[in-house]
Design a protein around this ligand. Structure first.
Ligand code: ZN
Length: 172
């Protein structure tokens, strides 16, 4: 009796590759601020995970894990040991003057930081959700620069503490 022939990879199947590595992490300071509320400055040991969906190519895989690890690691390195500044905040004035960055909250509270200790991010709040969206955006741009094809979605998780993560999923 012959084995039934199945087309492999399964026709029309969608595959998902997940990268969760201990070294995809960064330690950073932040505070959540929105109109009427500001957290005190504090820090987290953030952990990043990535899931990528797409079709399996003729080479047998969705994409090279190595590219995902390389791009994500580089983004983590940029955020590591920095104050994460939400440059598009609606309640925080962010001013870069010479070698300093001054953050002024709506009640007049002021932080003056060395610019090299900060990273100004195109986000409204320095929440795990918006950090996940930022990492996703950078990862997508990096994968496109590597001419990666056939992907459908990217999902990035950012955890602030073990068992406490926010995920952002978007089309590739
Ligand atoms: Zn926090």
């Amino acid at each position: 009796m012959s084995r039934p022939r199945h087309p492999v990879p399964v026709a029309g199947g969608e595959y998902r590759v997940v990268v969760e590595k201990d070294y995809l992490k960064f330690s950073a300071a932040h505070f959540i601020a929105y109109k009427g509320f500001r957290e005190p400055l504090h820090g987290h040991n953030y952990q990043v995970s990535v899931a990528i969906s797409g079709a399996v190519g003729p080479d047998g895989y969705v994409l090279d894990f190595g590219i995902v690890k390389q791009i994500t690691k580089a983004v983590c390195a940029e955020l590591d040991e920095r104050v994460l500044v939400p440059a598009d905040s609606d309640c925080l004035d962010v001013a870069r003057e010479g070698a300093s960055v001054t953050l002024t909250y709506e009640d007049g509270a002021r932080f003056v930081l060395p610019a090299v200790d900060t990273v100004l991010l195109p986000i409204v709040h320095a929440s795990a959700e918006e950090l996940a969206a930022y990492v996703l955006d950078r990862l997508r741009a990096g994968l496109k620069a590597h001419a990666v094809r056939g992907l459908t979605h990217i999902e990035v998780g950012v955890s602030e503490a073990p068992g406490q993560a926010a995920y952002c999923r978007a089309p590739f």
